[in-house]
Design a protein around this ligand. Structure first.
Ligand code: HEC
Length: 171
């Protein structure tokens, strides 16, 4: 093989490797959780979407803003063939709700609400409830001082769907 072609191939090879590394780097950046959020929700944007359409703000809206909800289960684990959710949700289920002030998916997240199905929460429908907020996108998220019992006092209104308001048929 002639030396010039060999040289060109080498260059192409290095360029390909650099491009691949760049893509991997950008992907990890995109998956990085904002600081202050718990690591067990890392990668939640790849989880199953509970609502397909963004839920907009309403009057008397407890989680004011534009909401997207994710669950750490495959559809086949939590729904029947007609896409009706099966209740109760299995132990270990985590639901994350991200809230923004605008509908744009790239605008800053102002609130993260989390429900975790875990033992020790028998008085709150077997769910642990916690919410995080931040004052600006440069700041860390911090937990809101709102007892899980108060979250549940409203969520218990969705008793027929295991205290979860949003079901697949909200699509
Ligand atoms: C006054 C009623 C009310 C209170 C209080 C409330 N929620 Fe909600 N929550 C809702 C409603 C209604 C939805 C459905 C989404 C929507 O329409 O905003 C929801 C949705 C959610 C979801 C997505 C799963 C679902 O049920 O649809 C999570 C997670 C959540 N809330 C967590 C919390 C946490 C954590 C707290 C307490 C810090 C809390 N909620 C307090 C009414 C409430």
């Amino acid at each position: 093989m002639n030396a010039r072609i060999l040289h060109k191939m080498k260059k192409l090879f290095i360029l390909t490797i650099l491009t691949l590394l760049g893509i991997i780097y950008l992907k990890t950046l995109a998956q990085n959780l904002p600081t202050g959020l718990p690591s067990d929700i890392s990668g939640y944007k790849k989880w199953t979407r509970l609502n397909k359409k963004v839920i907009g703000p309403r009057d008397a809206d407890p989680h004011f803003g534009f909401k997207r909800e994710y669950v750490n289960r495959l559809k086949s684990e939590i729904a029947d063939l007609n896409m009706n959710l099966i209740f109760p949700f299995p132990e270990g289920t985590i639901i994350v709700k991200e809230v923004r002030k605008t509908i744009k998916p790239k605008s800053k997240i102002t609130l993260i609400s989390i429900m975790r199905k875990q033992a020790g929460n028998e008085t709150t429908g077997s769910w642990d409830f916690i919410e995080y907020t931040r004052s600006s996108s440069d700041n860390s998220f911090i937990p809101i001082n709102f007892p899980k019992e108060s979250c549940y006092s409203c969520h218990m209104g969705a008793a027929d769907s295991d205290s979860v308001w949003t079901t697949f048929d909200n699509f």
